[in-house]
Design a protein around this ligand. Sequence first.
Ligand code: S3P
Length: 171
Amino acid sequence: MNIALIGFMGVGKTTVSRALGRLSGMPEVDVDRRIAAREGRSIPEIFETDGEAAFRDMETAAIRELTGGRPSGGQILSCGGGAVLRPENVRLLKEGGAIILLTARPETVLRRVGDGTSRPALGGVVTVEHIAGLMEKRRSAYEAAADFAVATDGRTPEEIAEEILRRVRAE
Ligand code: S3P
């Protein structure tokens, strides 16, 4: 069974994915890194050259590939912040396992995304108001896709990973 981590940019999906990998021994795969490696370009470059719609198609193709033919024992899939905005991606992720939503306060996200240059979906507007607004717009999609949510503010990646494993195993 796979464990997919979803949630807004900067909530800590990559860091928690690493901690989960160490704790569980499951292999971890970052969907965005997979796309960038395949394309030989960074995510901001793909947005800039091909546009967001093309990136979203690449994202669906990567999720389809990663959720089919998964190794036994499953894997941890760290998804980009917009991945669950497409119902097809949610369906693919649900088929193969659990979907866990990570959340953080907009102030925490602001601190983590730095100047925002690696986050083209912010459109260069790196303010707490913009982050809070976009988060609110996406909130229902995130919540509908997730089996459960874990707040990350003020907690270590290890604590969060332990909670996720405990809850996934109890389900
Ligand atoms: C996006 C989030 C990014 C990346 C792309 C689009 C989004 O991933 O997939 O820039 O729409 O929220 P992270 O959540 O890992 O930053």
